[in-house]
Design a protein around this ligand. Structure first.
Ligand SMILES: [Zn+2]
Length: 225
């Protein structure tokens, strides 16, 4: 704890004075550029990875970067997403998973959460990803299955975003874009979902937002009439 308190002391005495103007502006303006939904894992530090400054990224964090479907849980995630869409009118939502994710490892091996009823209950939001990985990659070794699960989970949460009315409406209007990323802790690389190739590939500046094929199908059916 001493290190954390010394860090605050450093912020107050050495950092804040140099950014006084920024904080004076932020005191009355909340205009982030994008929303990021990512894991609570301490090794995932979005402002560090993206080199953003305070005020630029609206964050939603929880174990496993989950987006509970709107109909099953109207909790903190639903409220935060609704605010991001309807009040902040954000145009970009990034769902970002990461390698070596403890939540995803527990999805893969439920016995790890045996004595953690709240965690076990929470991880059900990755049920589709778990089933897909089980059926398609069940024969692979654990680390490969974990990587596939991290990726499938990002896609599952992107699908779940479509169940939130504020997101669905803005998607239909072309007012918001979705991005699916996986942050590789050991290398600092970010892999982005590319719907054209149906795979995650290294993030490049200018990569377009992605619409998952299965979402497109669901969307067409839902919006047909
Ligand atoms: Zn994680």
């Amino acid at each position: 704890m001493d290190k954390i308190l010394r860090g605050f002391e450093h912020f107050q005495s050495d950092v804040f004075p140099h950014e006084r103007d920024l904080f004076a502006h932020l005191a009355h303006h909340h205009e982030p550029r994008a929303m990021m939904i990512t894991c609570a894992d301490a090794r995932v530090d979005p402002s560090h990875i993206l080199q953003t400054r305070p005020g630029e990224v609206f964050m939603l964090r929880n174990a496993g970067n989950m987006v509970p479907a709107y109909t099953t849980a109207m909790g903190a995630e639903a409220a935060t997403i609704e605010y991001a869409m309807s009040v902040l009118e954000l145009k970009h939502i990034i769902v970002c998973g990461h390698t070596d994710c403890g939540a995803m490892r527990a999805v893969l091996k439920p016995e790890l959460a045996g004595e953690l009823p709240a965690v076990r209950n929470w991880l059900r939001h990755a049920s589709c990803a778990r089933r897909i990985v089980q059926d398609r990659f069940g024969h692979e070794e654990e680390e490969i299955r974990l990587r596939r699960l991290v990726e499938e989970n990002v896609m599952e949460q992107m699908v779940n975003l479509h169940t939130h009315p504020s997101v669905a409406s803005r998607l239909l209007a072309g007012a918001v874009s979705l991005y699916g990323w996986v942050y590789e802790i050991g290398t600092g690389h970010v892999f982005a979902y590319d719907a054209g190739r149906n795979e995650f590939r290294p993030l490049q500046p200018g990569m377009p937002a992605q619409m998952l094929p299965r979402m497109r199908t669901a969307g067409n059916a839902a919006f047909a009439d």
